[in-house]
Design a protein around this ligand. Structure first.
Ligand code: CMC
Length: 435
């Protein structure tokens, strides 16, 4: 126990009123106690000891991390210390990927080498394409991607040697490089089009757009404004500390299952409409509202809790999501190229009403990253099923950075929470004829 700046001690005294005993528990990192320190609190020697109960992990830190910092009250997001606004304005996605994975911005030669590494690994084994060919024409793009990443793991059995840092690096580069290829294959399959293979002279975003939209032998001309907008969206989605999917990545990773299994599990978590599936849900919501006249009835329904205003609210941000402000600006630039998305007016009006309405204000409900991203994706001609896929591509970098950090964590242990058992006490089996 140390003295803190206010002259007090960095510890907590807990008095158990059941026994009258007092316990002193260390406070770490400002205001954190270790849950295991509670275990000493017992009524008697046979007692298991005190636990904390935290469904949804609302007040539980599961790791020490150096990757991403969020101050939800102030709307701050930083990767490795760098504000998201500066990265979105001045950096590229692969530069940000290098930063997240290595902790520092790359020098020019480090970036050149990294870009070469990623480019070198963009192709996938033809058999993966054959696996993907087996999906029905209307299979959801995200389900196809989740399965394909898990299937990709069968080509790299050595990937399960998770304690070899060099091997981890190789798998990370493979996955970052191949995600756009697999994602584009899902789209082409959905459209009934033959695949377009990676063009390694293009940037990460341009190569992806080319694999999606090229038709026939002619080179698809990637619009630089669209390429930059997609690169910015990738930067904004690259990491977001210990959210649902990252936690899934770490939980699966903690059993040493290997990055392909962990990444497909993380993608499964991302797919849900309360997480990365929200951009798809926002667009469907805006389409359903359809006209400005329907907005008041829709808002009333939300306030009666019949449904949620998708793209609003966040577990951590209790202010405007900084990513939403950047996306709103990027949307204007995209609409200059593609024409304005008519659903934008409905979105803007919803935001205006919600930011003034006490229901939303009192609950700190502000637009999150997904509120405007779907409008950009739609303007770029992506079908809604591709929206979570577009989230998963850049987030793979964050998941893998978090997994790599976990593998080096001296406190790494298999994730295994406790439960409070509420079921029956022991009882004897009842034969069928007596039930
Ligand atoms: N519309 C209407 N009411 C809402 C909304 C919403 N979007 N979000 C939260 N609330 C209300 C909720 O009903 C509750 O009210 P009350 O206190 O009266 O019971 C209060 O606000 C707190 O909500 P909560 O569900 O306890 O908050 P949470 O931190 O558990 O949930 C959330 C966070 C993101 C799941 C939730 O805000 C939500 O469902 N939002 C809509 C889905 C969405 O946009 N998700 C994308 C999140 S950002 C990107 C990502 O994570 O992938």
């Amino acid at each position: 126990m140390t003295e803190n700046g206010s002259g007090g001690k960095d510890s907590l005294t807990i008095r158990d009123n059941r026994t009258g005993r007092e316990y002193e528990v260390d406070i770490h990192e400002g205001d954190v106690i270790r849950a295991m320190d509670l275990r000493q609190i017992k009524v008697d020697d046979g007692d298991f000891g005190m636990m904390s109960y935290d469904p949804g992990f609302k007040n539980t830190a599961s790791t020490r991390s150096t990757i991403t910092y969020i101050d939800g009250g102030k709307g701050i997001l930083r990767y490795r210390g760098y504000p998201i606004e500066q990265l979105a304005e001045r950096s590229t996605f692969l530069e940000v990927a290098y930063l997240l994975l290595n902790g520092e911005l790359p020098t020019q030669s480090e970036l050149d080498e990294f870009e070469h590494e990623i480019t070198y690994h963009t192709y996938v084994h033809e058999n993966i394409r054959m696996v993907m060919n087996g999906f029905r024409y209307d299979a959801h793009a995200m389900s196809m991607l989740i399965s394909s990443v898990a299937a990709l793991g069968t080509f790299y059995p050595g990937a399960r040697d998770v304690h070899d840092a060099e091997n981890r690096r190789l798998q990370i580069h493979r996955l970052v490089a191949k995600m756009p290829t697999l994602a584009a294959f899902t789209y082409r399959h959905h459209q009934g089009l033959s695949p377009v293979y990676p063009a390694n002279e293009l940037s990460y975003a341009a190569n992806f757009l080319n694999m999606l939209f090229r038709i026939g032998g002619d080179k698809y001309k990637v619009n630089p404004a669209v390429e930059r907008a997609l690169d910015i969206l990738f930067i904004l989605h690259a990491d977001h500390e210990q959210n649902c999917s990252t936690t899934a990545m770490r939980v699966i990773g903690s059993s040493e299952a290997g990055p392909y299994s962990a990444l497909s599990g993380a993608m499964g978590a991302l797919f849900g409409p309360l997480h990365g599936g929200a951009n798809e849900a926002v667009l469907k919501m805006l389409q359903r509202i359809g006209t400005m006249d329907n907005i008041p009835t829709f808002i009333e329904g939300v306030k009666r809790k019949e449904e949620r205003l998708m793209g609003f609210g966040h577990r951590v941000y209790k202010a405007y999501d900084p990513r939403a402000s950047i996306i709103k600006k990027a949307a204007d630039e995209v609409f200059e190229v593609t024409g304005r998305n008519p659903l934008l007016d409905i979105a803007l009006e919803l935001e205006k009403i919600a930011l003034q309405d006490d229901f939303f204000v009192s609950r700190n409900l502000y637009p999150n990253v997904d509120f405007y991203s779907g409008l950009i994706y739609e303007a770029l001609q992506f079908p809604v099923e591709m929206f979570p896929v577009l989230f998963a591509i850049p987030r793979s970098v964050g998941w893998l950075a978090q997994w790599d950090e976990l593998m080096e964590d001296p406190e790494l242990s298999i994730a295994r929470p406790r439960q409070i058992f509420m079921g029956s006490a022991e009882r004897d089996f009842v034969p069928m004829e007596k039930r």
